[in-house]
Design a protein around this ligand. Structure first.
Ligand SMILES: Cc1ncc(COP(=O)(O)O)c(C=O)c1O
Length: 391
């Protein structure tokens, strides 16, 4: 039997032609920065052209609509309403605005008890910027769950740490260094059973693993275009569950968050009713355009095809590493994703050696980190491993 054929779908192999870097390099660092597509470049060119031709008048006729287009596309891709999406300058900024709103009081279950809730449960495998949000709030009790193996943290550990003192779980969808995919519905359940929030840093999730934020049941999910969405640096996407938005009033804000932004009224402030109440000023327009281009390509390939391809590439990578006698810090299936850590005595030296052969990977302490994406081929990952084994 043949797999269902979608005529409007771009196959991963056909998509390679969208990414000029692949002609010159073996590009295996998508978890740092997704490759630039011709589509993103064209969109950026359109932005620059309008800037030349129209100057500020392009705002009303074109650019405000581009912001809406991006919010709507992100919403469609991760399964939320467009009104549940905000555009922020970075994941850190999105986390800061959320942390400031949680500090302000209301918890999902028990608003009156909110002020007594001081505990935030996070893990040592989360990206530091997530943990720092509460490090700079000394009044909070920060619980940093240890990893039993340097690769994963188990839901049972969250369960044991989350109680009626807990304001929120703050953790990742996919751990940035190990690629371990966490069980979001289970984490949301654990948080909600205790009347706490579930805040997720999904920067390594969106675009590389299937995601429906509504089904995941989380309160907050933050991601962005930079990595697996191939959209470049300068923006983040914030989802807040519809019925939670009205309960959150951040302590850092902007005119984009105001209910009547274009009234320019300094005498009163009222938050917008939708998630744009979390926005922090003019989004980076060049990135809005590159993000739309990258998004288009990823969406045309489709997240199911992306995931299937990345599984194939990850399997090829793991097998080649094992054949070459390289040691891996690897999650057990089915928790694996397309971020693979190879143990190495001199990771920085290995990355330089590979770069000299036009193979782009990255390093983290004690490891070379390899992250293929749908546009890569099994031959490319095997070439990378061959070179790495020779170091
Ligand atoms: C999981 C994760 N969260 C956050 C960040 C940092 O995001 P930003 O620089 O947009 O704050 C990164 C990587 O750059 C990341 O991998």
């Amino acid at each position: 039997m043949h797999a269902a054929h979608h005529p409007d779908r771009l196959t991963p192999d056909a998509a390679r032609g969208e990414f000029p870097i692949l002609q010159r390099r073996t590009y295996l660092n998508s978890c740092s920065l997704g490759a630039l597509s011709r589509r993103a470049e064209t969109r950026l060119g359109e932005f620059l052209q309008l800037w030349h031709e129209m100057g500020a008048s392009a705002w009303y006729e074109h650019w405000l609509a581009r912001l809406d287009e991006l919010r709507t596309r992100v919403a469609g891709f991760w399964g939320s309403q467009p009104g549940a999406v905000a555009l922020l300058p970075s994941v850190s900024a999105a986390l800061s605005v959320v942390a400031s709103a949680l500090e302000g009081g209301a918890t999902p279950g028990a608003p009156s008890a909110a002020r007594r809730r001081r505990r935030v449960v996070t893990t040592e495998l989360d990206f530091p910027t997530l943990v720092y949000q509460w490090r700079v709030r000394p009044e909070m009790e920060l619980v940093v769950l240890p990893s039993p193996d340097g690769v994963r943290v188990d839901p049972e550990q969250f369960d044991a740490a989350v109680d009626e003192r807990t304001l929120c779980i703050a953790t990742s969808h996919v751990f940035f260094a190990t690629g371990y995919v966490q069980d979001l519905p289970e984490l949301a359940r654990i948080a909600h059973d205790a009347g706490a929030w579930c805040v997720v840093d999904g920067y390594q999730g969106l675009g590389q693993v299937p995601l429906d934020v509504t089904e995941a049941g989380v309160d907050v999910y933050i991601a962005g275009p930079l990595k697996w969405m191939c959209g470049g640096p300068g923006l983040a996407y914030l989802y807040v569950r519809g019925d939670r938005i009205g309960r959150l009033e951040p302590r850092i804000t902007s005119w984009f968050a105001a209910a009547r932004q274009f009234d320019f009224d300094v005498h009163a402030f009222e938050f917008r009713a939708d998630a744009r109440r979390f926005e922090l000023g003019t989004p980076a327009l060049p990135t809005v355009h590159t993000a739309l281009g990258g998004h288009e390509v990823v969406a045309e390939v489709g997240i199911d095809a992306v995931t299937a391809r990345n599984r194939l590439l990850t399997e090829a990578l793991v097998e080649a590493c094992r054949d070459a006698g390289l040691e891996l810090s690897l999650p057990a299936e089915p928790k694996r994703s397309a971020i693979v850590m190879v143990r190495h005595a001199d990771p920085a030296g290995a990355v330089r050696h590979l770069a000299a052969h036009d193979v782009i990977v990255d390093h983290r302490p004690g490891h070379v980190r390899i992250s293929p994406h749908f546009y890569n081929t099994p031959e490319e990952v095997r070439r990378c491993v061959e070179l790495l084994a020779g170091v």
